[in-house]
Design a protein. Structure first.
Length: 255
């Protein structure tokens, strides 16, 4: 039996190991994703991020965020963005509703030439799969952030989409979060279920790494990346106001 005092260290070690795998195994895909976003920005396109349930945390983390691209907009599905609905299980149910993604995209400002990052740990539910399918049909480029273990691993579940496909099957670039099926890093004697999820750790790292790559790629092309500064530092609000004004036609969280 493990001493409970070591569990915190075990979790941190597990998270560090996952991040090292992301660094070593996903470098090429991160480069491709960052370049795709940079191509979209230089071509005059807009950027969107979507995630349902807890996958929305990594999407929200890069929208209107200090150090992030001002052009990243949240594509929200009412009731499915987080656990702020009652009952909280409604969000999970909405992820399995056929046709919802098409309705959301049709009502959104997203159009051909834009880029959409879709975050879904399992990538198996109807909502993220249809979101990718419909986005590409509209002419958007799609980056999927998911765990390939859910689609290809020995414990992989079946898809909940009618096509039998997963998010990873409908993306221009796929980033693998390396999370095992079940998203729980720890076990403990006397505790019946595994616990301590790490998907937000690796997914957020993938998102921030991709945006960092995008910013550097833009700079290398002679384009000043439209980054936001913290409003809690002197001059931050003034800086952001200039960015908002210059890119107001591509920023939708102010409208």
């Amino acid at each position: 039996m493990s001493d409970s005092s070591t569990l915190a260290a075990q979790y941190l070690d597990a998270s560090i190991a996952l991040l090292e795998r992301v660094r070593d195994e996903e470098a090429g895909n991160i480069e491709a994703a960052g370049t795709l976003l940079a191509d979209t920005v230089t071509a005059g396109g807009r950027l969107f991020a979507f995630g349902a349930g807890h996958s929305s945390l990594a999407a929200q983390d890069v929208v209107y965020r200090a150090g992030s691209l001002a052009l990243m907009n949240l594509l929200a599905v009412p009731g499915a963005v987080g656990v702020d609905v009652m009952p909280a299980t409604l969000g999970s149910a909405l992820e399995r509703v056929d046709g919802l993604a098409a309705a959301v995209l049709d009502a959104s400002p997203a159009k051909a030439g834009d880029a959409l990052v879709i975050i879904s740990l399992s990538g198996r539910n109807a909502l993220p799969v249809e979101m990718a399918i419909n986005a590409r049909a509209l002419g958007l480029k799609v980056i999927g952030v998911t765990s390939l273990s859910y689609a290809t691993g020995p414990d992989a579940p079946t898809s909940r989409h009618a096509s039998g496909t997963f998010l990873r099957d409908h993306c221009d670039v796929v980033l693998d979060s390396k999370i095992a099926v079940g998203d729980a890093e720890l076990t403990y004697e006397g505790v019946d279920a595994p616990f301590a999820s790490a998907s937000t750790v690796t997914t957020s790292a993938l998102m921030q790494s991709t945006l960092a790559t995008c910013a550097a790629t833009l700079a290398d092309r002679g384009v000043q990346p439209p980054l936001l500064r913290s409003g809690n530092v002197d001059g931050g609000h003034a800086w952001n106001a200039k960015v908002f004004d210059e890119y107001r036609d591509r920023i939708f969280y102010q409208h």
